[in-house]
Design a protein around this ligand. Structure first.
Ligand code: PBG
Length: 337
């Protein structure tokens, strides 16, 4: 019988993984309910919450039910919500005119939420895609082949002021037009809304992962397609330096929070942005990331709870200070214990 094999090791990293207590002591990244921003979809009317087939568990609420959901989120310690309206097709046109309607659904929603849950941070999307028949984030050029940058920014600026007047805490331009952060900042300040903050969708990629969201707000179906090509304004997924250049511009133009979107497939960009700026960094775990986890779990191929946790942990570890995620509420429930 030979002696048991023994390595003469100074370093045995497994000493720090021996049991749960030691592991918790050396844990570097911890998720809390305060990390999350819950995206919520709102529809007009008094109907029951509407399911979205590719986003199990996510519902479109009428204003009254959405306010209830906001109360529940605030109680669970989720600090913020990001609101997205879904309009009936009859309210859409090529110019996205309904975005400037003084009685727009989103404005009524913001007022109702701020009145009922004043402490909850409310963010709204600034982009034209829920309002346009073609589903693009802006108005088209005369030849109809591209989105007109400056004409779009002119509309977005007015939209941002309307949202600020309704009481929103953050406007979040998700359109990727050039110069929109600076134009919005100047317009907000000129209108007296110096305290209305801007979260820039600064590094937003032309991603296949937005598919389910387009079902949720009806931007693809209004356009009669499941695929909308936004590559003349959203970033090429191949480009890392270009993403950093976009982020630098938004920061210089006055964005208060810089966002990377999507999150899970762009962890390198989140890390790069975290190291390039001193501003808070947000990441958006988008609809397709959510759908993917649910689909695999439904097949019995992945464990939903563990995959959900790990996906969000990875985004925070990469450097995100806050995460927009459709898992916000259930994560807050789990983390609160
Ligand atoms: C559009 C917008 C999109 C999302 C948020 N705002 C989709 C798009 O650019 O077509 C995607 C969110 C998600 O997929 O969860 N302004």
């Amino acid at each position: 019988m030979s002696a048991p094999f023994k390595l003469d090791l100074t370093h045995r990293p497994r000493r720090l993984r021996r049991n749960a207590t030691v592991r918790s002591l050396v844990e570097e990244t911890i998720l809390t309910p305060a990390d999350f921003i819950a995206p919520l979809f709102v529809v007009d009317g008094k109907g029951a919450p509407e399911p979205i087939s590719s986003m199990p568990g996510v519902l479109r609420y009428n204003i009254t039910d959405l306010v209830k959901e906001c109360r529940a989120l605030a109680k669970l310690g989720v600090p913020a919500v990001a609101l997205f309206p879904k309009l009936a097709v009859k309210f859409k046109d090529d110019a996205g005119s309904a975005a400037l309607d003084a009685d727009a659904l989103i404005l009524r929603t913001v007022k109702a939420v701020k009145k009922a849950v004043p402490g909850l941070v409310v963010m709204t999307d600034i982009a034209l895609d829920p309002y346009t028949t073609h589903g693009h984030d802006g108005v088209l050029t005369a030849d109809g082949l591209d989105v007109d940058n400056d004409a779009t920014v002119e509309i977005l600026v007015k939209m941002a002021v309307l949202h600020a007047r309704a009481g929103v805490d953050f406007v979040a331009p998700s359109d990727m037009m050039d110069g929109r952060i600076g134009a919005i900042r100047r317009a907000l300040d000129a209108a007296g809304f110096t305290q209305t903050a801007i979260m820039g969708y600064s590094a937003k990629f032309a991603s296949a992962y937005y598919g389910p969201f387009r079902e949720a707000v009806g931007s693809a179906s209004a356009a009669g397609t499941h695929h909308l090509d936004k590559r003349t304004y959203q970033l090429n997924p191949a480009n890392r330096r270009e993403a950093l250049a976009e982020v630098a511009l938004d920061e210089a133009e006055g964005a208060d929070i810089l966002m990377v979107k999507p999150a899970g497939a762009y962890l390198d960009i989140i890390r790069d942005v975290r190291e390039a700026t001193r501003k808070p960094v947000a990441a958006y775990q988008v609809s397709g990331e959510y759908a993917q986890i649910h689909a695999a779990a439904k097949m019995g191929w992945l464990d939903l709870e563990r995959t959900r946790h790990e996906s969000l942990l990875a985004i925070k570890r990469a450097g995100a200070d806050m995460i927009l995620t459709y898992f916000a509420k259930e994560m807050a429930v789990v983390l609160k214990g």
